[in-house]
Design a protein around this ligand. Structure first.
Ligand code: AMP
Length: 501
């Protein structure tokens, strides 16, 4: 039945609100609108959990994908975090498994959800726990940077759902701890982010192991060529749901730009953080070292701060995030790799101490504020050498970032062009200038593994010879490094392995 188009008010979406502006725009794009979760053919234990969570109205991505996913169709969804996308795939999965309560089998999960980062995997696990709290289903999280012992134990015992990052998953598959041959549902979340992090080869290896007969759901915020190609390989006659990704988040947030010198950035930041209107804030830096330096600087200035980046262990990252969520400190300093994992309501401000090298990262960064229907402020500091990056960001979001009050547009200089990402510069000039010397005209530059700041890996090595962020902290297979085998799991923090979903 075709239902009348209807806009969704903030009150409709319950206590944890989704922006009504965001919702209504998307609502206009699709034909069949679900008014409430009650209309969905979801089993009672799930409906009960949604009721307890005060979810009343499905978000646009949920309204469009859940009915199709419940009927077993493949899904191609364009949406970013903050749109309710986790429930869009989690609810149909839980419904499918909960309906028939088949026992979990050792080593053979029925559902695999792949996520690019540990933080996102943990968030997905939390959502499964929330929505599936009245079901007797088991899930486990699989990611690197922690001992594999508990993950292996959970797989041996048997879980219905595995939520994993690609590196550790492949490791455990290679060691024979899990097989994907009996998989029924496969979800790929934040596919574009996986590509950015150099996961494509791992992904392809995993995809080769999937059974022919399966339901697949594919989510990505953006759809560059390689992602489209991958989705075509993976999906069978999918329902395609495309919600214009970047703009809605950007529009919900007040943006301000300061042109400053590099030397002015930290003191200006400290001054702004002392403003009583600034509550909890996230500050983004380009490098891990920059994040550590800044956190130390702020602490010395009596501003409570902690840092989160790829050099921290998984447990340390999670502790920091939990502390921030619990209001234990005011400022979280982060690098891009951690950006999408910061799902904390009530962040009033995001500061870009350094502009991101990848223009797309800007949207992910500022999307940490203005979540769940609240308003947020994103402040960016732009040094003279970052003006090219600024223009690339403005092209990406399709608008100029407004100058903060009292700020003036600086004079354009040659350095502006030099900081612009190469591809962007070439595109704007309409030529092939600026490409690597050995690159043939018209040829695409080779994809380069990038570190969390977006800089090529080799550069990161020069900057920070310490521990590197190895995708999802896969254990080293270096010649001289013996792998430590756990004797037992004693003394470790209880893992989320085999938590009831
Ligand atoms: P996600 O995009 O999945 O990270 O979800 C963003 C936030 O929206 C989370 O805090 C969810 O709990 C919340 N949320 C998801 N769906 C709904 C809904 N239908 N109504 C209210 N809040 C929701």
């Amino acid at each position: 039945m075709v239902r009348p188009v209807r806009t969704v008010s903030t009150r409709d979406v319950g206590a944890r609100k989704i922006s009504p502006a965001r919702s209504s725009r998307h609502v206009l794009h699709h034909r069949c609108i679900l008014k409430t979760f009650e209309e969905l053919a979801l089993i009672t234990p799930i409906k009960k959990a949604l009721h307890e969570e005060q979810y009343v109205t499905p978000t646009p991505i949920q309204a469009q994908t859940i009915p199709a996913a419940l009927s077993g169709r493949d899904i191609l969804g364009s949406a970013q975090t903050g749109t309710g996308k986790t429930a869009a795939f989690a609810l149909p999965i839980l419904n499918r498994l909960g309906k028939r309560s088949k026992k979990s089998m050792p080593h053979f999960p029925q559902v695999l959800i792949l996520a690019p980062t540990r933080e996102l995997a943990i968030q997905i696990g939390d959502s499964l726990e929330t929505y599936g709290r009245h079901l007797r289903l088991r899930h486990t999280l699989i990611y690197g940077g922690v001992n594999q012992f508990r993950q292996v134990r959970a797989l041996k015992k048997g879980v219905h759902i595995v939520v994993a990052t690609p590196g550790r998953l492949l490791d455990l598959m290679n060691q024979g701890h899990l097989e994907l041959s009996r998989l029924e549902v496969f979800v790929l979340d934040e596919a574009d982010r996986m590509l950015d992090m150099g996961f494509l080869p791992d992904l392809k290896r995993i995809i080769r192991e999937l059974p022919e007969e399966r339901q697949s759901m594919f989510f990505s915020a953006t759809f560059p060529g390689k992602i489209l190609q991958l989705s075509e390989e993976l999906l069978n006659d999918p329902i395609s749901v495309r919600l214009a990704p970047a703009q809605p988040t950007v529009e919900a947030i007040e943006q301000q730009l300061f042109h400053v010198t590099s030397g002015q950035k930290k003191s200006l930041l400290a001054k702004m953080l002392r403003d009583p209107n600034v509550g909890q804030a996230v500050v983004f830096t380009k490098t891990k070292r920059g994040a550590t330096n800044l956190a130390n600087f702020l602490q010395k200035a009596n501003i409570s701060a902690d840092e989160i980046h790829g050099n921290k262990t998984q447990n340390a990252r999670q502790r920091t995030l939990d502390g921030f969520r619990g209001g234990k400190f005011q400022v979280l300093v982060a690098t891009d790799v951690a950006a999408r994992g910061i799902d904390v309501d009530g962040i009033t401000h995001v500061f870009n101490l350094d502009l991101p090298i990848e223009p797309e990262a800007y949207v992910h960064r500022i999307g940490r504020t203005g979540r769940a229907g609240e308003t947020g402020i994103a402040v960016s500091f732009c040094g003279p050498e970052e003006r090219g990056l600024l223009r690339a960001i403005e092209r990406q979001i399709g608008q100029k970032i407004p100058l903060a009050a009292g700020q003036e547009e600086p004079q354009r200089s040659r350095r502006d062009d030099e900081s612009e990402p190469r591809g962007e510069r070439r595109e704007r000039r309409g030529g092939n200038s600026g490409g690597p010397r050995n690159q043939r005209p018209g040829r695409k530059p080779r994809p380069q593994r990038r570190d969390e700041s977006g800089a090529p890996k080799s550069q990161e090595k020069r900057n920070a010879p310490a521990k590197s962020e190895s995708r999802d902290a896969k254990p080293s297979h270096g010649k001289f490094k013996a792998r430590r085998r756990p004797k037992n799991g004693a003394g470790r923090r209880p893992s989320r392995a085999a938590a009831p979903a």
